[in-house]
Every structure is written in structure tokens, then in C-alpha cells.
Design a protein. Structure first.
Length: 201
């Protein structure tokens, strides 16, 4: 996500834009398709998280600029979702820090038609002018099962590995445990969809 920059005193503007990474390490502009083009105010920072507990990431955007002339209310952009598979992994450190900062996740996927794929994640909360949740919300596309889920812990320098993990579920992994836990999450409805001023766009 690329935030805009403009001032009410300056007529030259660069609008917000939202880019989707393609497999060939190129990007496609999906600003209008995502709904982020609905606001003309610049996005100063953003946070990604599964706010609804439905497996996909929503966006909380800090809209407005650094000066009072471009102030605007913040907004949550709800992900409409799709039929793709996903997994949400929450790590709990024991010897490593409890939040599992710097722990690394490796997911191996394999399908007769889709081939093999690896997904790598490192636990952290993002950086300057943005953030993401500590639990890892990972999209898997059309892959219906995780062949291998591996977690590397930075302090104990150990690796846990689990085979043939089902998708579309929330799991918790404690450092050093022999198995993972499947947890349930209650669905959350974002705002009042009948009101145009609730910030849910």
C-alpha cells in the first residue's frame, strides 16, 4: 500500500494506491478493485490484521496528513474474502520471548496440478508507519492442505515440524510442544453496514 501526499494548499496530488504482488515479482494496481480509491484523503499509515476472524486480512488506515488542513477520520477496509484456503498461526514462546518475535515459519505446499510452493514468514509487528498482527495470517490460494509446517525458534535454536496440516483453521504452537492446538474464534462483524459514516468502506 502506497500512501498519497498532498496539501489543501497544493493542487498537485498523488493519490493512494494499492498494489498486488504477482508471481513474477511484478505488481498489479488493484486500488479501485480493493475499494481504497473511495477516499481521496492520503493514507499516512496502515495496519493489516484479520479483524473479523474469517481468515483474510482487513486494513485499518490512518487517513489524513501531518497537517490540520488534510485531517480526515480513520477507516477500516473490510476484505470481502474469497474461496481460497488459508491458515492462521499463533506462536507462543517458552525459552524464546512469549510473543515469538523473530521466530520463522516455513510452509511447504504440494499439489498435483499446482505443483510445489514454499511460503516463509518472520514474526514481527511491522515497521515505521505501518504494522501487522503478531499471529501469522497466511493465504494459501487453492492449496487444500499444508504438506509441512516448520517453526524455527531464535533463542532455543530449535525447529518444530508438523506434517499434513489442514487449512482454514486457527492453530497455536507452543515452543517445544509435540503437537499444535486448533482453536476456535467467534466471527466479528465490523461496524453498522447501514450507516455510511462508520468508517467501514
Amino acid at each position: 500500500m502506497r500512501g498519497a501526499f498532498w496539501s489543501a494548499k497544493d493542487l498537485s496530488r498523488q493519490r493512494n494506491s494499492f498494489l498486488r504482488q504477482n508471481p513474477a515479482v511484478t505488481f498489479t494496481d488493484v486500488t479501485h478493485r480493493s475499494g481504497l480509491a473511495k477516499t481521496a484523503y492520503p493514507c499516512l499509515s496502515a495496519a493489516w490484521a484479520d479483524d473479523e476472524n474469517d481468515g483474510d486480512q482487513d486494513i485499518y488506515a490512518h487517513l489524513g496528513g501531518a497537517s490540520p488542513d488534510v485531517w480526515f477520520h480513520n477507516a477500516v477496509f473490510e476484505n470481502p474474502g474469497n474461496n481460497n484456503h488459508w491458515t492462521t498461526v499463533r506462536l507462543i514462546g517458552r525459552r524464546s520471548n512469549r510473543s515469538a518475535i523473530r521466530a520463522r515459519i516455513k510452509i511447504e505446499l504440494e499439489n498435483e496440478h499446482l505443483g510445489r510452493r514454499e511460503i516463509h514468514r518472520s514474526v514481527g509487528n511491522g515497521g515505521s508507519f505501518g504494522a501487522c498482527s503478531l499471529q501469522q495470517e497466511i493465504g494459501l490460494g487453492a492449496y487444500e492442505q499444508i504438506k509441512s509446517l516448520a517453526i524455527y525458534w531464535p533463542t532455543s535454536k530449535t525447529t518444530q515440524r508438523f506434517e499434513n496440516v489442514a487449512t482454514k483453521q486457527f492453530i497455536e504452537v507452543e515452543e517445544g510442544a509435540d503437537s499444535y492446538r486448533v482453536t476456535t474464534r467467534s466471527a466479528i462483524v465490523l461496524g453498522d453496514r447501514t450507516s455510511p459514516s462508520n468508517g467501514v468502506l
